[in-house]
Design a protein around this ligand. Structure first.
Ligand code: URA
Ligand code: CA
Length: 442
């Protein structure tokens, strides 16, 4: 097959055949199609889309581009959750230990930062010693023993997605329903989960900015999962501002530890409880969402969730003392406030810009080969709707290169709109998408 013909066909808006989609996934996995041709096809898919059959076919080809984890040795239903990605979106580090402390088995394959969004693997690696690489046997053993593991894709798990994900990150081809749906669901299927809970973000910091597109993405993923025979559901949740207050790798680990220690809460905890409670229902542990939330809160208040996070970090080679004292996490050399340019209400945030601002400081990659600085990022000091006085800090930058401060301050001031009128506050949960129905809460 001449791969140029595949690119031309998609460029012309035609549907690709299963053989062509297979050549794409295999070519990405084994390196037989060069990056520039893969990138060209990715861009053509962004412009021309894929129909439901093509998307399902790409998902299955990506899933089968490598091995599939066999979790049958683990007792009970293994449940997984995945977010489409956001800013300050550390739900995994909050809900995985809480759900495990409630008896769930969470075998999770996570990703790295993509575009302006953060990635759980990069966050975990900011913990001294913590590794996200495990053999399948070690992965299964860890989940069986402590109830949870969060690792990266090994060379033999979804290698097609591993290659395409890294390329998409640096070719402007992240925000595309069929590419996101196939990327996420292929990994979830390959990781062998028995049930899948998806968190599809919507708003200014999400890959999909409009509610309609976000619901379309949620529906595409739920339908593919259902076709593959998996119990699956999706929540569409708000990303109109960073979900937590901390943005950046070690900073987000700190916030998760603060929440599990009872020192913090807010929207990050609220969304973690919404998702985690559904994981407990899918695992057969909770009888309904309210029961699931009560159990998650119980694990939070007893400290069992924090203890489980420490066990997970230690099982992955990391320094578990970070759970007792966040000072064991890497520190940035400088903290510089971003002052409000005028007084008023925090009316709007360009959350993607805030994510890019953290990336500029070194918290994310601009090129595939960039090395992340685990310590840097920013802490939001305001939420939508807050009243601020001129000069009051909107955020605090955490940086190691002082010379980056002025540009970052200006970028943050542009990203956060302060206006005279008090804005209407956006909801946190917009919709729930199950195989049977789409429920809208707004
Ligand atoms: N997360 C993924 O795993 N893949 C995407 O394409 C986007 C978010
Ligand atoms: Ca301390």
């Amino acid at each position: 097959m001449n791969f140029v013909d595949v690119i031309l066909k998609k460029k012309a808006g035609e549907a690709l055949s299963p053989e062509e989609i297979r050549a794409f996934a295999r070519g990405a996995a084994d390196g037989s199609v060069p990056d520039y041709q893969l990138s060209a096809l990715l861009m053509a898919i962004c412009f021309q889309g894929m129909n439901a059959q093509e998307t399902a076919c790409l998902t299955m080809e990506m899933m089968h581009s490598g091995g599939v984890v066999d979790l049958s040795a683990i007792d009970g239903v293994c449940v997984d959750k995945h977010s489409t990605g956001g800013v300050g979106d550390t739900t995994t580090l909050v809900l995985v230990p809480l759900a495990a402390a409630c008896g769930a088995k969470v075998a999770k394959l996570s990703g790295r930062g993509l575009g302006h969004t953060g990635g759980t693997l990069d966050k975990l690696e900011s913990i001294p010693g913590c590794s996200v690489e495990k053999t399948q046997e070690e992965f299964v053993e860890q989940v069986q023993r402590i109830g949870c593991a969060v690792i990266g894709q090994t060379q033999d798990l979804c290698p097609a997605d591993k290659a395409l994900y890294a390329l998409r990150d640096v070719t402007g081809t992240v925000g595309c329903v069929p590419l996101i749906a196939s990327s996420i669901v292929s990994k979830k299927l390959a990781s062998g989960a028995g049930a899948i809970i998806l968190d599809v973000k919507t708003g200014s910091g999400a890959l999909m900015h409009t509610l309609e597109e976000s619901i379309e993405l949620a529906r595409a993923m739920v339908d593919i999962g259902t076709q593959a025979g998996k119990p699956i559901l999706a929540l569409v949740t708000g990303m109109d501002q960073p979900l937590g207050t901390h943005v950046g790798n070690a900073l987000e680990v700190k916030e998760a530890i603060d929440i599990l220690s009872g020192r913090a809460g807010g929207d990050l905890l609220a969304v973690s409880l919404e998702l985690g409670s559904r994981m407990l229902v899918a695992s057969g542990i909770a009888k309904d969402v309210a029961d699931g939330k009560a159990r998650m809160r119980g694990a939070l208040e007893s400290g069992a969730g924090l203890e489980r996070l420490r066990e997970m970090i230690e099982a992955q080679g990391g320094d578990g003392r970070v759970c007792e004292d966040v000072d064991y996490l890497p520190h940035a050399a400088y903290r510089i406030d971003v002052p409000a340019p005028r007084g008023g209400y925090v009316a709007k945030m360009d959350t993607t810009e805030i994510g890019y601002c953290a990336q500029d400081l070194g918290a994310g990659r601009k090129k595939k080969t960039d090395v992340i600085d685990p310590a840097v990022g920013l802490v939001m000091r305001v939420r939508l709707g807050d009243a601020v006085a001129a000069g009051q800090p909107l955020a605090t930058l955490y940086l190691n290169k002082r010379e980056l401060a002025n540009e970052a301050i200006a970028r943050m001031q542009r990203a956060i709109t302060v206006s005279p009128e008090r804005p209407a506050l956006p909801p946190l949960i917009y919709a729930a998408v199950s195989p049977e129905e789409t429920i809208r809460y707004v």
